[in-house]
Design a protein around this ligand. Sequence first.
Ligand code: HEM
Ligand code: HEM
Length: 219
Amino acid sequence: QEINVEKVDSNKLSHKLLFNITIHGFLLWASMGFLMPVGILTIRMSNREECGRRLRILFQVHVISQMLAVLLATAGAVLSFKNFNNTFNNNHQRIGVALYGIIWLQFLIGFLRPNRGSKGRSVWFFAHWILGTAVSLMGVFSIYSGLQAYHEKTSRKIRIWTSLFTAEIVFICFFYLFQDKWSYIQRQGVILGNEIAGPTTDQEVPPREKQKELAMESC
Ligand code: HEM
Ligand code: HEM
């Protein structure tokens, strides 16, 4: 019977509900579809960084962007609890509620980190990395399913939004993979041991630079 009520309602969505759905969508897209992935890309830029000023800045950008992401997601959550039906009878709603909780957990875990070099740090990093990555992936899924729910409720076209979002995600994924390969790409033109990795043979790596690079990796 509840489903019938929803169907009847969906034919004449109130202005207010439509407005709230739109705000909900924008808040969560900005949060989990933009700030969160960008925050992850920034902290990943620090993977090869010396422990200096740049590292501190990248860390701060990570923390600030994730704080904003959690803030916007929380605003979107409050708005949806207040204005939507709270039946949690479809995947978008159920996964969405789980995500609201998990991002807060992840946020707290971020603050509870042991120092680098201490015993618990690896375990912490593993937990923070896997939860953060999973939350972001589920966020991407929720944005697609949210757009679908929007389409079902309003019968409006969503193709422009799904295309835009897909373009954004493709770009982010490319950058994510590129980060892992960047230093490898740079090294293609230099000689590693006896192996000739590039067409030119006269570009020896100065020993000091090589030492610096090794130091960076262990930092
Ligand atoms: C990571 C992103 C998102 C999360 C975590 C999320 C979460 C949720 C939750 C928990 C609900 C149920 C609220 C309640 O009944 O109290 C909901 C409903 C809804 N959301 Fe989202 N949402 C997200 C993105 C979006 C986007 C991008 C749109 C697009 C406009 C959207 C459209 C909707 C609609 C139309 C409903 C009502 C659905 C229904 O009654 O079946 N959501 N969302
Ligand atoms: C919901 C919010 C957050 C998400 C989704 C998130 C996600 C992530 C992810 C996925 C990584 C691993 C990146 C990689 O692949 O190398 C990471 C690293 C990190 N995060 Fe977060 N994070 C969040 C909040 C925080 C907060 C609040 C802090 C600190 C107060 C924090 C501190 C760190 C640090 C220090 C690292 C780097 C660890 C290392 O390389 O040793 N994060 N974060």
